[in-house]
Design a protein around this ligand. Sequence first.
Ligand code: SF4
Length: 454
Amino acid sequence: MKFVILDVYPSKKHRLIKDTAGGYGTGNDFGNSFFSKLLNLYVDNNIGMPAIEIMIISSILKEKHEVHYTRDATDKEIKNCDYIILPSSIIAHETEVETLSKLENNKIFVTGIFATTMRDKYLTKNSIVVKNEADTFFFNLNKSDKINKNFLDKIFLDPDLMNDFYSPVSLDDFPFPDWGSYSKIYPLRNNFFNLKEKIAIPILGTRGCPYSCFFYCTYPLQQGRKVRARSVDNIIDEIKFWKKKLGTSKFVFRDPVFSINRKHTIDFCNKVIEQKLDISFMVETHLNNLDDEMIGLLSKAGLELVYVGVESSSHVVLKDMQRFTVEHDKQYKVIKKCEDAGIKVKTMFIIGNPEDTEDTIIQSIEYSKYLPSLYSQFSVFTPYPGTPVYNDYKDLITEKKLENFNQYNLTFKHNNLTEKRISELKSKAYFKFYFNFKKVFQILNYFFQSKYGF
Ligand code: SF4
């Protein structure tokens, strides 16, 4: 059989990625000022990847079938395929639904957690939604003797037949994502660290996050609150595989909270060091998971960039978000230790939180400049459909288009701030953080060191 993965995106002048925000996706729209537009362009040209899940599905199906990946809804392969798989997201929602409505002659599996949440919006007379982690469904289906046209056509008549294929799968059992084929056609890049390497391989060590901020976050929706880890040996095997196959030693870990399992992380670092894998990688984690021992070990293993959530400098705002965090002086010390150990830090702030005022946002911007991190990110609080917090906001939503729920726009009526003011404050945050002589010098210095080693 022949499957076409049709991964559609709206046309935008900023970066769109479906893998982030727990599979809902994000779009880095830094604002409308001249400086923000330059940043939009820069980031769009320097970061690119599809959802890992869809690339795992591609590898699963390729064991027995033909699979073609495209972002073009007019791709000629669509006419000749047996089934289409369409990955869903919030950031491309209207485009995906419009594409579905035009695919009258194909049977379509819609995947991704956003379609699970908004199932009705993705159902047409010839589409079905694969719920939750769709790689699990295709793995079980592919292992059965039922993956044939006769049975799949029956599924479209009776979707309850799908229920036999959702039983949990060990993450070690999945094949490695199909990056080999993807990277021949589309760039797989992250030019914010290790500029010597062109290809940055997205890699997953764990799924799931148990932290208290789940009430506004989409990751636990997608992956659950229980942490599931791949074995360290399986992750190491994947690293060796891509080093050999694509000649790259640059890896982007997509775990919601890398180093959440201390023993697993120590074991991973020790094996990378012992086996002299000579890699560089980036992760996202919680500051509380970084102590002196962990920072030293991660640095030795090749950690070059770490994203940490700070969210706000205001305790009132953080308490309201149920965001557990560490005290300001500890945040400073941990970030400084990372930077001193050669690990670049990107702090992540959220503005437009329910309790934010103009003053708390200005304080957060100043605090971002005080912290010794190389990079900083300022997104906007977003009550996502499907998350527990959405119930409190559903009557306050002002944004009509779901594609604009990209984590960079105010989508609801805020008590203290207008949409326009949030947009201005977002642009101001980026301008103040990045547009100063010291920061430009630090970044250029890092880029030269990273590319040329001096
Ligand atoms: S730490 Fe909080 S924000 Fe981060 S993935 Fe977990 S629940 Fe989401």
